[in-house]
Write a protein that binds this ligand. Structure first.
Ligand SMILES: [Zn+2]
Length: 417
Protein backbone atom coordinates (compact mmCIF):
# COMPACT_ATOMS: atom_id res chain seq x y z
CA UNK A 1 0.00 0.00 0.00
CA UNK A 2 1.41 3.38 -0.92
CA UNK A 3 0.45 6.99 -0.42
CA UNK A 4 0.49 8.20 -4.00
CA UNK A 5 -0.73 11.76 -3.89
CA UNK A 6 -1.69 14.39 -1.36
CA UNK A 7 -3.45 17.50 -2.54
CA UNK A 8 -5.26 20.20 -0.69
CA UNK A 9 -8.75 18.83 -1.22
CA UNK A 10 -8.24 15.11 -1.33
CA UNK A 11 -5.85 12.31 -0.57
CA UNK A 12 -5.62 9.27 -2.79
CA UNK A 13 -4.51 5.91 -1.48
CA UNK A 14 -3.66 2.97 -3.67
CA UNK A 15 -3.79 -0.58 -2.38
CA UNK A 16 -4.42 -3.95 -4.05
CA UNK A 17 -5.17 -2.17 -7.32
CA UNK A 18 -7.95 -0.03 -5.83
CA UNK A 19 -7.89 3.73 -5.71
CA UNK A 20 -9.85 5.39 -2.96
CA UNK A 21 -10.30 9.10 -2.81
CA UNK A 22 -10.86 10.32 0.72
CA UNK A 23 -12.35 13.79 0.74
CA UNK A 24 -10.80 15.62 3.63
CA UNK A 25 -9.86 19.24 4.18
CA UNK A 26 -6.23 20.17 4.58
CA UNK A 27 -6.98 21.55 8.04
CA UNK A 28 -8.54 18.28 9.13
CA UNK A 29 -5.62 16.34 7.69
CA UNK A 30 -3.09 18.52 9.54
CA UNK A 31 -5.10 18.26 12.74
CA UNK A 32 -5.05 14.50 12.40
CA UNK A 33 -1.33 14.48 11.77
CA UNK A 34 -0.70 16.36 14.96
CA UNK A 35 -3.18 14.40 17.11
CA UNK A 36 -2.05 10.94 16.01
CA UNK A 37 1.42 9.54 16.00
CA UNK A 38 2.45 8.21 12.62
CA UNK A 39 3.63 4.71 13.27
CA UNK A 40 5.63 4.92 10.06
CA UNK A 41 7.74 7.60 11.68
CA UNK A 42 7.83 5.78 15.00
CA UNK A 43 8.86 2.34 13.91
CA UNK A 44 10.76 2.66 10.68
CA UNK A 45 10.91 6.06 9.02
CA UNK A 46 11.80 4.71 5.59
CA UNK A 47 9.15 2.04 5.53
CA UNK A 48 5.75 2.36 3.86
CA UNK A 49 2.62 1.08 5.64
CA UNK A 50 2.19 -2.63 4.91
CA UNK A 51 -0.57 -5.19 4.56
CA UNK A 52 -1.33 -7.28 7.63
CA UNK A 53 1.10 -10.15 8.27
CA UNK A 54 -1.41 -12.05 10.34
CA UNK A 55 -3.54 -14.56 8.44
CA UNK A 56 -7.21 -14.97 9.35
CA UNK A 57 -9.37 -17.97 8.56
CA UNK A 58 -12.73 -17.36 6.89
CA UNK A 59 -14.33 -18.86 9.98
CA UNK A 60 -12.73 -16.26 12.20
CA UNK A 61 -13.54 -13.49 9.71
CA UNK A 62 -17.19 -14.54 9.63
CA UNK A 63 -17.42 -14.84 13.43
CA UNK A 64 -15.91 -11.38 13.97
CA UNK A 65 -18.11 -9.89 11.25
CA UNK A 66 -21.32 -11.37 12.68
CA UNK A 67 -20.43 -10.61 16.30
CA UNK A 68 -20.13 -6.93 15.29
CA UNK A 69 -23.43 -7.07 13.41
CA UNK A 70 -21.71 -6.87 10.04
CA UNK A 71 -20.60 -3.29 10.49
CA UNK A 72 -17.35 -1.36 10.36
CA UNK A 73 -16.31 -0.67 13.95
CA UNK A 74 -14.83 2.72 13.01
CA UNK A 75 -17.60 4.31 10.94
CA UNK A 76 -20.60 1.99 11.49
CA UNK A 77 -21.18 1.31 7.78
CA UNK A 78 -22.89 -2.03 7.04
CA UNK A 79 -20.37 -4.37 5.38
CA UNK A 80 -20.75 -7.21 2.92
CA UNK A 81 -18.53 -10.15 3.89
CA UNK A 82 -16.30 -9.59 0.85
CA UNK A 83 -15.82 -5.94 1.91
CA UNK A 84 -14.53 -6.89 5.35
CA UNK A 85 -11.02 -5.87 6.39
CA UNK A 86 -9.61 -6.82 9.78
CA UNK A 87 -7.78 -4.00 11.47
CA UNK A 88 -5.24 -4.23 14.29
CA UNK A 89 -6.32 -1.40 16.59
CA UNK A 90 -2.82 -1.26 18.05
CA UNK A 91 -0.85 -1.62 14.80
CA UNK A 92 0.72 -4.97 14.08
CA UNK A 93 4.05 -3.38 13.23
CA UNK A 94 4.60 -2.49 16.87
CA UNK A 95 4.99 -6.14 17.89
CA UNK A 96 8.74 -6.38 17.62
CA UNK A 97 9.57 -2.71 17.49
CA UNK A 98 11.33 -0.70 20.16
CA UNK A 99 8.26 1.42 20.88
CA UNK A 100 5.94 -1.21 22.26
CA UNK A 101 6.68 -0.49 25.92
CA UNK A 102 6.25 3.21 25.31
CA UNK A 103 2.83 2.57 23.69
CA UNK A 104 1.78 0.24 26.50
CA UNK A 105 2.29 3.13 28.90
CA UNK A 106 0.90 5.96 26.77
CA UNK A 107 -2.19 3.91 25.81
CA UNK A 108 -2.78 2.27 29.19
CA UNK A 109 -2.63 -1.28 27.82
CA UNK A 110 -2.68 -4.25 30.17
CA UNK A 111 0.80 -5.82 30.59
CA UNK A 112 -0.11 -8.97 28.64
CA UNK A 113 -1.99 -7.13 25.89
CA UNK A 114 -1.69 -9.26 22.75
CA UNK A 115 -1.46 -7.35 19.49
CA UNK A 116 -2.46 -10.37 17.43
CA UNK A 117 -5.12 -11.45 19.95
CA UNK A 118 -8.90 -11.16 19.60
CA UNK A 119 -8.85 -8.16 21.95
CA UNK A 120 -7.02 -6.09 19.29
CA UNK A 121 -8.92 -7.06 16.13
CA UNK A 122 -11.64 -4.82 14.72
CA UNK A 123 -13.87 -5.40 11.68
CA UNK A 124 -13.38 -2.49 9.34
CA UNK A 125 -14.42 -1.25 5.92
CA UNK A 126 -11.58 -0.77 3.43
CA UNK A 127 -11.81 3.04 3.44
CA UNK A 128 -11.39 3.14 7.24
CA UNK A 129 -8.66 0.50 7.11
CA UNK A 130 -6.76 2.46 4.48
CA UNK A 131 -7.47 5.73 6.19
CA UNK A 132 -5.85 4.41 9.34
CA UNK A 133 -2.88 3.11 7.33
CA UNK A 134 -1.23 1.35 10.24
CA UNK A 135 -1.32 4.47 12.37
CA UNK A 136 -1.63 4.47 16.10
CA UNK A 137 -4.74 6.30 17.26
CA UNK A 138 -4.79 8.68 20.19
CA UNK A 139 -4.99 7.01 23.63
CA UNK A 140 -8.60 8.24 24.05
CA UNK A 141 -9.79 6.89 20.71
CA UNK A 142 -7.84 3.65 21.22
CA UNK A 143 -9.53 3.11 24.58
CA UNK A 144 -12.95 3.65 23.02
CA UNK A 145 -12.32 1.27 20.11
CA UNK A 146 -10.71 -1.43 22.30
CA UNK A 147 -13.71 -1.32 24.64
CA UNK A 148 -16.04 -1.95 21.70
CA UNK A 149 -13.81 -4.81 20.54
CA UNK A 150 -13.73 -6.29 24.04
CA UNK A 151 -17.54 -6.24 24.27
CA UNK A 152 -17.74 -8.65 21.32
CA UNK A 153 -14.80 -10.94 22.08
CA UNK A 154 -16.81 -13.66 23.78
CA UNK A 155 -19.50 -13.59 21.07
CA UNK A 156 -16.78 -13.83 18.40
CA UNK A 157 -15.27 -16.84 20.16
CA UNK A 158 -18.66 -18.51 20.58
CA UNK A 159 -19.47 -18.10 16.86
CA UNK A 160 -16.01 -19.29 15.83
CA UNK A 161 -16.44 -22.47 17.86
CA UNK A 162 -19.90 -22.98 16.38
CA UNK A 163 -18.69 -22.65 12.79
CA UNK A 164 -15.66 -24.83 13.45
CA UNK A 165 -17.97 -27.56 14.74
CA UNK A 166 -20.02 -27.27 11.56
CA UNK A 167 -16.91 -27.70 9.45
CA UNK A 168 -16.28 -30.86 11.43
CA UNK A 169 -19.60 -32.18 10.11
CA UNK A 170 -18.67 -31.14 6.58
CA UNK A 171 -15.38 -32.96 6.80
CA UNK A 172 -17.09 -36.10 8.08
CA UNK A 173 -19.41 -36.14 5.07
CA UNK A 174 -16.52 -35.64 2.66
CA UNK A 175 -14.68 -38.53 4.32
CA UNK A 176 -17.68 -40.82 3.93
CA UNK A 177 -18.09 -39.85 0.27
CA UNK A 178 -14.38 -40.39 -0.38
CA UNK A 179 -14.49 -43.81 1.27
CA UNK A 180 -17.53 -44.70 -0.85
CA UNK A 181 -15.75 -43.57 -4.02
CA UNK A 182 -12.66 -45.58 -3.16
CA UNK A 183 -14.77 -48.67 -2.46
CA UNK A 184 -13.62 -48.85 1.19
CA UNK A 185 -17.20 -49.01 2.45
CA UNK A 186 -20.45 -49.91 0.75
CA UNK A 187 -23.66 -47.95 0.51
CA UNK A 188 -25.40 -50.77 2.43
CA UNK A 189 -22.95 -50.49 5.32
CA UNK A 190 -23.62 -46.77 5.61
CA UNK A 191 -27.41 -47.04 5.43
CA UNK A 192 -27.55 -49.87 7.93
CA UNK A 193 -25.28 -47.94 10.31
CA UNK A 194 -27.57 -44.91 10.00
CA UNK A 195 -30.67 -47.05 10.52
CA UNK A 196 -29.16 -48.54 13.69
CA UNK A 197 -28.20 -45.10 14.90
CA UNK A 198 -31.69 -43.74 14.27
CA UNK A 199 -33.48 -46.49 16.15
CA UNK A 200 -31.17 -46.03 19.11
CA UNK A 201 -31.20 -42.24 19.13
CA UNK A 202 -34.81 -41.16 18.64
CA UNK A 203 -34.40 -39.18 15.48
CA UNK A 204 -37.34 -36.89 14.77
CA UNK A 205 -38.06 -36.49 11.08
CA UNK A 206 -39.33 -33.14 9.84
CA UNK A 207 -41.67 -32.89 6.85
CA UNK A 208 -40.81 -29.23 6.53
CA UNK A 209 -37.10 -28.40 6.26
CA UNK A 210 -35.67 -25.72 8.51
CA UNK A 211 -33.22 -23.37 6.80
CA UNK A 212 -30.45 -21.32 8.40
CA UNK A 213 -28.72 -18.16 7.31
CA UNK A 214 -25.53 -19.99 6.34
CA UNK A 215 -27.48 -22.05 3.80
CA UNK A 216 -27.64 -25.15 6.01
CA UNK A 217 -30.94 -27.05 6.14
CA UNK A 218 -32.14 -29.86 8.37
CA UNK A 219 -34.89 -32.39 7.73
CA UNK A 220 -34.41 -34.48 10.87
CA UNK A 221 -32.96 -33.92 14.31
CA UNK A 222 -32.22 -35.43 17.70
CA UNK A 223 -32.63 -33.91 21.14
CA UNK A 224 -28.86 -33.55 21.37
CA UNK A 225 -28.89 -31.24 18.28
CA UNK A 226 -31.14 -28.64 19.91
CA UNK A 227 -28.49 -26.66 21.77
CA UNK A 228 -26.38 -26.18 18.66
CA UNK A 229 -29.33 -25.37 16.38
CA UNK A 230 -30.78 -22.80 18.80
CA UNK A 231 -27.65 -20.68 18.28
CA UNK A 232 -27.64 -20.69 14.47
CA UNK A 233 -28.81 -17.46 12.82
CA UNK A 234 -32.22 -18.08 11.23
CA UNK A 235 -32.76 -17.52 7.51
CA UNK A 236 -35.20 -14.63 7.13
CA UNK A 237 -37.12 -13.61 4.03
CA UNK A 238 -34.76 -10.72 3.47
CA UNK A 239 -31.31 -9.62 4.57
CA UNK A 240 -31.38 -8.02 8.01
CA UNK A 241 -27.72 -7.70 9.07
CA UNK A 242 -28.66 -6.72 12.62
CA UNK A 243 -31.44 -9.27 12.91
CA UNK A 244 -35.10 -8.69 13.66
CA UNK A 245 -36.07 -5.81 15.93
CA UNK A 246 -38.40 -6.58 18.82
CA UNK A 247 -39.82 -3.98 21.18
CA UNK A 248 -40.94 -3.81 24.78
CA UNK A 249 -42.01 -0.54 26.41
CA UNK A 250 -39.74 1.43 24.10
CA UNK A 251 -36.72 -0.91 24.62
CA UNK A 252 -35.30 -2.42 21.44
CA UNK A 253 -33.70 -5.80 21.00
CA UNK A 254 -32.29 -7.35 17.83
CA UNK A 255 -32.50 -11.12 17.45
CA UNK A 256 -30.96 -13.46 14.89
CA UNK A 257 -31.02 -16.91 16.46
CA UNK A 258 -33.94 -19.00 17.70
CA UNK A 259 -32.55 -18.81 21.22
CA UNK A 260 -32.42 -15.00 21.11
CA UNK A 261 -35.95 -14.85 19.70
CA UNK A 262 -37.32 -17.28 22.26
CA UNK A 263 -35.68 -15.48 25.19
CA UNK A 264 -36.87 -12.06 24.00
CA UNK A 265 -40.44 -13.32 23.51
CA UNK A 266 -40.41 -14.86 26.99
CA UNK A 267 -39.33 -11.49 28.39
CA UNK A 268 -42.25 -9.77 26.66
CA UNK A 269 -40.53 -8.34 23.54
CA UNK A 270 -42.77 -8.30 20.46
CA UNK A 271 -42.53 -7.48 16.75
CA UNK A 272 -44.09 -4.10 16.09
CA UNK A 273 -44.48 -3.15 12.42
CA UNK A 274 -46.23 -5.29 9.80
CA UNK A 275 -42.84 -6.06 8.29
CA UNK A 276 -41.44 -7.16 11.65
CA UNK A 277 -44.50 -9.34 12.27
CA UNK A 278 -43.90 -11.02 8.93
CA UNK A 279 -40.20 -11.58 9.71
CA UNK A 280 -41.10 -12.96 13.15
CA UNK A 281 -42.96 -15.71 11.26
CA UNK A 282 -39.57 -17.05 10.13
CA UNK A 283 -38.59 -17.68 13.76
CA UNK A 284 -41.85 -19.41 14.65
CA UNK A 285 -41.17 -22.68 12.83
CA UNK A 286 -37.64 -23.38 14.18
CA UNK A 287 -38.62 -22.24 17.68
CA UNK A 288 -41.72 -24.44 17.70
CA UNK A 289 -39.79 -27.43 16.37
CA UNK A 290 -36.98 -27.07 18.92
CA UNK A 291 -39.47 -26.68 21.77
CA UNK A 292 -41.45 -29.68 20.51
CA UNK A 293 -38.35 -31.86 20.18
CA UNK A 294 -37.26 -30.83 23.70
CA UNK A 295 -40.60 -32.16 25.01
CA UNK A 296 -41.00 -35.03 22.53
CA UNK A 297 -41.05 -38.66 23.60
CA UNK A 298 -41.57 -41.81 21.63
CA UNK A 299 -45.23 -42.70 21.82
CA UNK A 300 -46.49 -45.98 23.22
CA UNK A 301 -49.88 -45.61 21.51
CA UNK A 302 -51.01 -44.02 18.28
CA UNK A 303 -54.34 -43.30 16.61
CA UNK A 304 -52.70 -41.66 13.59
CA UNK A 305 -50.58 -44.64 12.48
CA UNK A 306 -51.88 -47.92 10.98
CA UNK A 307 -54.15 -46.82 9.46
CA UNK A 308 -52.34 -43.60 8.78
CA UNK A 309 -54.49 -40.55 9.48
CA UNK A 310 -53.30 -37.00 8.88
CA UNK A 311 -54.14 -33.40 8.19
CA UNK A 312 -55.38 -34.13 4.67
CA UNK A 313 -58.15 -36.37 6.08
CA UNK A 314 -60.71 -33.59 6.39
CA UNK A 315 -63.23 -35.79 8.23
CA UNK A 316 -60.89 -35.69 11.26
CA UNK A 317 -60.02 -31.99 11.04
CA UNK A 318 -62.24 -29.80 13.29
CA UNK A 319 -63.89 -26.55 12.15
CA UNK A 320 -61.67 -24.70 14.61
CA UNK A 321 -58.95 -25.10 11.97
CA UNK A 322 -60.79 -22.85 9.52
CA UNK A 323 -58.75 -19.67 8.96
CA UNK A 324 -57.87 -18.01 12.23
CA UNK A 325 -59.10 -14.57 11.19
CA UNK A 326 -62.49 -15.97 10.24
CA UNK A 327 -65.18 -15.08 12.77
CA UNK A 328 -68.19 -16.69 11.07
CA UNK A 329 -69.15 -19.99 12.72
CA UNK A 330 -70.18 -22.79 10.33
CA UNK A 331 -73.54 -24.00 11.66
CA UNK A 332 -74.06 -27.78 11.87
CA UNK A 333 -70.48 -28.48 10.88
CA UNK A 334 -68.08 -30.46 13.04
CA UNK A 335 -65.23 -31.05 10.60
CA UNK A 336 -63.74 -29.45 7.51
CA UNK A 337 -65.23 -32.34 5.56
CA UNK A 338 -68.72 -31.07 6.53
CA UNK A 339 -67.78 -27.55 5.40
CA UNK A 340 -66.38 -28.95 2.16
CA UNK A 341 -69.61 -30.91 1.54
CA UNK A 342 -71.58 -27.65 1.82
CA UNK A 343 -69.38 -26.15 -0.91
CA UNK A 344 -68.02 -23.41 1.36
CA UNK A 345 -64.44 -24.69 1.29
CA UNK A 346 -62.30 -25.27 -1.81
CA UNK A 347 -59.28 -27.56 -1.70
CA UNK A 348 -56.38 -26.11 -3.68
CA UNK A 349 -53.89 -28.95 -3.13
CA UNK A 350 -53.05 -31.82 -0.79
CA UNK A 351 -50.18 -34.18 -0.08
CA UNK A 352 -50.02 -36.97 2.51
CA UNK A 353 -48.89 -34.42 5.11
CA UNK A 354 -50.26 -31.07 3.93
CA UNK A 355 -53.35 -29.31 2.66
CA UNK A 356 -54.02 -25.93 1.11
CA UNK A 357 -57.59 -24.67 1.02
CA UNK A 358 -59.62 -21.55 0.39
CA UNK A 359 -62.37 -20.41 2.71
CA UNK A 360 -64.15 -17.08 3.30
CA UNK A 361 -61.75 -15.04 1.17
CA UNK A 362 -58.70 -16.58 2.85
CA UNK A 363 -56.16 -19.22 2.03
CA UNK A 364 -54.86 -21.52 4.72
CA UNK A 365 -51.97 -23.97 4.38
CA UNK A 366 -51.56 -26.61 7.06
CA UNK A 367 -48.39 -28.73 7.10
CA UNK A 368 -47.56 -31.61 9.43
CA UNK A 369 -44.03 -31.00 10.64
CA UNK A 370 -43.36 -33.99 12.86
CA UNK A 371 -45.03 -36.80 14.78
CA UNK A 372 -44.20 -37.81 18.37
CA UNK A 373 -45.80 -37.73 21.78
CA UNK A 374 -45.62 -33.98 22.42
CA UNK A 375 -47.66 -33.65 25.63
CA UNK A 376 -46.42 -36.57 27.68
CA UNK A 377 -49.58 -38.71 27.59
CA UNK A 378 -47.87 -41.51 25.66
CA UNK A 379 -50.06 -40.99 22.58
CA UNK A 380 -48.58 -39.86 19.27
CA UNK A 381 -49.39 -36.23 18.33
CA UNK A 382 -48.75 -34.06 15.28
CA UNK A 383 -46.86 -30.76 15.27
CA UNK A 384 -48.71 -28.61 12.75
CA UNK A 385 -47.51 -25.47 10.95
CA UNK A 386 -50.13 -23.07 9.64
CA UNK A 387 -49.85 -20.22 7.17
CA UNK A 388 -52.80 -18.07 6.21
CA UNK A 389 -53.39 -14.98 4.14
CA UNK A 390 -56.23 -12.90 2.76
CA UNK A 391 -56.75 -13.54 -0.95
CA UNK A 392 -55.50 -10.46 -2.79
CA UNK A 393 -54.14 -8.97 0.43
CA UNK A 394 -50.64 -8.75 1.81
CA UNK A 395 -51.33 -9.73 5.42
CA UNK A 396 -50.25 -13.21 6.38
CA UNK A 397 -50.16 -15.04 9.65
CA UNK A 398 -48.01 -17.98 10.71
CA UNK A 399 -48.72 -20.17 13.71
CA UNK A 400 -47.76 -23.55 15.04
CA UNK A 401 -49.92 -25.90 17.08
CA UNK A 402 -50.17 -29.47 18.28
CA UNK A 403 -52.89 -31.84 17.09
CA UNK A 404 -53.86 -34.71 19.35
CA UNK A 405 -56.03 -37.69 18.44
CA UNK A 406 -56.82 -39.64 21.58
CA UNK A 407 -59.06 -42.53 20.46
CA UNK A 408 -59.98 -44.45 17.28
CA UNK A 409 -63.29 -42.50 17.07
CA UNK A 410 -61.95 -39.04 17.89
CA UNK A 411 -61.27 -36.15 15.56
CA UNK A 412 -58.16 -33.99 16.00
CA UNK A 413 -57.94 -31.68 18.99
CA UNK A 414 -55.71 -28.63 18.39
CA UNK A 415 -53.74 -27.22 21.32
CA UNK A 416 -51.17 -24.42 21.43
CA UNK A 417 -47.53 -25.46 21.52
ZN1 LIG B 1 -15.53 2.23 8.13
Amino acid sequence: MRLIEAREASIAFSGQGHIVIVEISLEAFRARLSSEIFLRDLANPSDQPQMSQQQFSDIFRRALWEAHRKRCLYCGTPLMFKELAIDHVIPEKLIDGPFLDQVRTSHHLVPDFNITGDENLAPSCHPCNWDKLGRLLTPERTALILTRVQEKVSETRRLRKLYEDECGADRAIIRILTALNAGKISWQEITSAIRNYETEQDVFRLNQEIGFLDGGRISSMKKSDINRLLDLPVKLGTDLPEGLRLLKNGDERYVRTSREYRTAKAEGFQPYTNFELKMAGFFELPCAVFTAVEKAQSSTKSFIREPRVGISDLRYVPVSLLPYLNTQPEPDCLTLDDVHAKGALTIRSTTSYSIEFEYGGMIRILVEIMRADLDGDGIEDILLWSYERVIGGSHSFVSVMTLARRSPEAIFEPTDV
